[in-house]
Ligand binder design. Structure first.
Ligand code: ASP
Length: 357
C-alpha cells in the first residue's frame, strides 16, 4: 500500500512539473467518510470528567483531527447521524445503506469509511454486507476511547480505515471492520470485551487482515455470499415494512411466556440465543414449537459467542419446524431473518439463506 501510494505521489509530482498543475484525483484514492457517531466522535465534558458522550464531534472535526489523511486520500465527509450506536435503529440503517449505494455509484468515490460506535458496529456491518450493491471497499471504524481520552485510538483507527478503503486489494471483500490494527469481515466481527481496544474478534473464521500505519496484510478471503452476490436489497424497504424479529436469550429456568407474548404481539420471527448448541428449557422449546406452528420463523443460535449451530443435533429441527442459525450470532441472525422474511416464509428456503449468508 505504502509503495503504491509512493508511486502515485511520484507520478503526481512528475505530472505537476510537466503540466503545471497537480492532478490530485489521479494520484490519490477518493474516500468518502459517512459519519454516524459513536465513541470515535465522543468527548468528555471536562478533563476531570470520567464519562463521555458519544457522537459529539462532527465528520469535519474527525477528518481535520487527522491531517495525515490528506497524504493518502482525497477526503470528503457527510454526517448521516450522530448517535451512540446503542441507539442504532432500522431508520438509520436504511438511510445509511441507501447513501452507501448512492455514493459508491459515483466515479468520485473509490471507497467509503463509516465512522460508527462499536456497540452495534457488527450489526450495521452485517446489514450492509447483505444490501450494499458494490465491490468498492466499505470500511466501518470506531474507537474504544473518546478523542479527549489519554491515548485515544480514534485517529490511528481512522487513518487505517481510510488507507484500507483506498486499497484496491480491499475491493470485493464485503464490508470490513477495522480497530486496533486488525481488520475483520463484518460478518465475522464480534465485540467481545466491554472496554479494551482489542474488543473485536472473528471467532469462527478468523480475521481478514492486520494493519500497520495504513499498510495492510491480508490473511484470508471472504467466501460467504455478500454485496454484489447477495439477493437482498433495501429497495422498497421501509421501517414499517421490515418484518419484526425479536431475540430471546436463553438461561436456566427460562419459561415459555415471554415467547407467547412475542407471538401475541405479532412478531414474524424469533431468534433464540440458546445455551450451548442453540438449546433451551423444555418450556421454551415447547413455546417456540407452538410459535413455529403458527407461522412464526424460529431460528436457533448460540449464546456462547462462537461455533456452528447445525440442524438436528440435540434439537430436532425437522420435527419442531425450526431453522438452524449456523455460524451467525443471535444479533446477526435477527438481521438475516428480517431480510429473508421480505422474500419468503418457507422454512426450507429460510434455512438455505442461513446456509449461504
Ligand atoms: N456506546 C458507544 C457506541 O457504540 C461505544 C463505542 O463507540 O465504543 O456508540
Amino acid at each position: 500500500m505504502k509503495i503504491q501510494i509512493q508511486r502515485k505521489l511520484l507520478l503526481a509530482a512528475a505530472l505537476t512539473v510537466a503540466l503545471g498543475f497537480t492532478p490530485v484525483s489521479w494520484a490519490l484514492p477518493k474516500i468518502k467518510v459517512l459519519a454516524t457517531g459513536g465513541t470515535i466522535a465522543g468527548a468528555q465534558a471536562t478533563q476531570a470528567d470520567a464519562g463521555y458522550k458519544s457522537g459529539t464531534f462532527s465528520v469535519d472535526d474527525l477528518i481535520k483531527a487527522v491531517p495525515q489523511l490528506t497524504n493518502i486520500a482525497v477526503m470528503s465527509g457527510e454526517q448521516v447521524a450522530n448517535i451512540g450506536s446503542q441507539t442504532m435503529n432500522h431508520e438509520v440503517w436504511l438511510k445509511l445503506a441507501a447513501r452507501v449505494n448512492e455514493v459508491l455509484k459515483s466515479d468520485d468515490v473509490d471507497g467509503v469509511v463509516i465512522t460508527h460506535g462499536t456497540d452495534t458496529m457488527e450489526e450495521t456491518g452485517y446489514f450492509l454486507s447483505l444490501v450494499v450493491k458494490s465491490d468498492k471497499p466499505v470500511v466501518l471504524v470506531g474507537s474504544m476511547r473518546p478523542a479527549t481520552a489519554i491515548s485515544a485510538d480514534g485517529p490511528i483507527n481512522l487513518y487505517n480505515a481510510v488507507a484500507l478503503a483506498g486499497n484496491a486489494e480491499a475491493r470485493g471483500r464485503g464490508p470490513l471492520v477495522v480497530l486496533n490494527d486488525t481488520v475483520h469481515y463484518a460478518r465475522e466481527a464480534q465485540k467481545m470485551h466491554s472496554t479494551r481496544m482489542d474488543t473485536f474478534s472473528s471467532p469462527n473464521r478468523g480475521i481478514a487482515a492486520m494493519m500497520n500505519t495504513g499498510k495492510t496484510f491480508f490473511y484470508s478471503a471472504n467466501t460467504v455470499r455478500h454485496t454484489t452476490k447477495s439477493e437482498f436489497s433495501v429497495d422498497g424497504l421501509t421501517v414499517a415494512n421490515l418484518p419484526r424479529v425479536e431475540v430471546v436469550y436463553s438461561y436456566a429456568n427460562l419459561g415459555g411466556d415471554i415467547i407467547d407474548v412475542l407471538v401475541e404481539k405479532g412478531v414474524k420471527g424469533i431468534v433464540l440465543a440458546g445455551v450451548g448448541d442453540g438449546n433451551s428449557t423444555d418450556a421454551a422449546i415447547a413455546a417456540l414449537e407452538k410459535a413455529a406452528k403458527k407461522g412464526v420463523a424460529v431460528v436457533r443460535c448460540s449464546r456462547t459467542g462462537s461455533g456452528v449451530v447445525d440442524r438436528n443435533v440435540e434439537v430436532n429441527d425437522d420435527k419442531l419446524g425450526f431453522i438452524a442459525g449456523m455460524e451467525l450470532n443471535a444479533q446477526k441472525a435477527r438481521i438475516l431473518l428480517m431480510l429473508s422474511l421480505t422474500k419468503t416464509s418457507d422454512t426450507h428456503k429460510l434455512q438455505e439463506y442461513f446456509n449461504q449468508y
